[in-house]
Design a protein around this ligand. Sequence first.
Ligand SMILES: [Zn+2]
Ligand SMILES: [Zn+2]
Length: 375
Amino acid sequence: MKKIVTLIIVCISAFAAAQQKPIPAKGLAMTGKEVKFGPLKFNRHAVGDNDVLIEIMYAGICHSDIHTAKGEWGDIQYPIVPGHEIAGKVTQVGKNVTKFKVGDYAGVGCMVNSCGKCEYCKQGLEQYCLEGNIGTYASVDKYHNNEVTQGGYSDKLVITENFAIKIPPTADMKKVAPLLCAGVTTYSPIKHKEVKAGDVVAVAGFGGLGHMAVQYAVKLGAKVTVFDITEDKRADALKMGAVKFVNVTNPEELKGLDNTYKVIISTIPAKYDLNMYLKMLKLDGDLVILGFPAQENLPSINSGQILFGGTRKISGSLIGGIAETQEMLDYSVANNIYPEVEVIKAEPKVIDQAYQNVIDAKVRYRYVIDMKTLK
Ligand SMILES: [Zn+2]
Ligand SMILES: [Zn+2]
């Protein structure tokens, strides 16, 4: 009898130890600013009681990945596995997990944790956590022994269920990943600025973010103008429901647009004239900045221009909270709002080329890596 009890105890502790073991993972990483992608083996932290293990199916390539991985937003620690547009399947759950069961689809966006206690976390604005949110990659995770987080260009990921988003089983999995960043980043300010039917709004920059902003605003019934510098995006913008396309490189097309818009969403990732857009707002209108160019290309505006802009406002918007991300995802799937994607293989050379194409503005409109093809 004593032997059996001992055996059971040994088995239970072996099981508990197995539960707490780090999870071996593999991914695609950059090991330096100028270095191309290569394979990386690393460990994910063990699946805790409130965690889920996600087998990654698809990971979107966001322009932020490129800025971060190339150190354009400041120094980072290498190797880095980027990727904060993640869609996959839950393969293990901790004992306290209630939101997910094995086999459910789950998504991960730009954050994997926050303090949960500050005034903003309590309001569901975890992205503005006063103690700093933990980014999905290239972030020091103080809740897990200061490990540096690694992103979604990998085969699996462990995350607290609170920061995992439920993906409805009806979702188009190939297209759902970019919603976790590009989707919520544009959905949130459109909702916050109360864009509604008949409003005259604009989207500046028609890329990964911009083409999502247009879809959300059009769905709400707004009259949308698109500003871009690439003439061959004109047809796409009009097809997605924009009423007007303005090629910013053509001065003729810019005439007569001052004092026109209630909201302008700027997703421009390069240097541009902020004051030009400020003047296009109606009084009390909002210019919302979503694009974040490299440090040397940051647009600037002087206080005189703000003064003469009167009550026209400039503000930013950073992704969205977890509850809002869930709301956006459910809304997008229910209304069939998805990014235009090109699915690519999880091979270093393919990712290198995809990065170059994003930099050269050749992508239409989001690359999604099929992580099942990772070797
Ligand atoms: Zn992003
Ligand atoms: Zn907080």
